[in-house]
Write a new protein. Structure first.
Length: 90
């Protein structure tokens, strides 16, 4: 819901609250936050979430990478978008 409304900060807050409360964050919850960031053009936040996913051992999927590529495209960071597309192929 936060992603649809473009409330990326609320999505990040909820993700943090899950961690604080000991609720497991998974690919779906991370994807929701990444998509909220993507819709708001917050590519730096979106890529930071990918790094957090990796640290937490949460697997990224096609939805994750598609949202990240779109976020980078909106932010004009085409080099990172290309790098992410290459990572998807691995």
């Amino acid at each position: 819901a936060c992603g649809v409304a473009g409330k990326w900060q609320e999505a990040l807050r909820l993700l943090q609250e899950m961690e604080t409360e000991g609720i497991e964050r998974n690919t779906i919850t991370y994807n929701a936050a990444i998509q909220a960031c993507e819709r708001a053009g917050e590519w730096e936040q979106a890529t930071a979430l990918l790094e957090q996913m990796k640290q937490d051992g949460v697997p990224a999927d096609t939805i994750t990478y598609n949202a990240l590529v779109r976020a980078c495209e909106k932010g004009g960071n085409y080099e990172l978008a290309y790098d992410l597309m290459r990572q998807m192929q691995i």
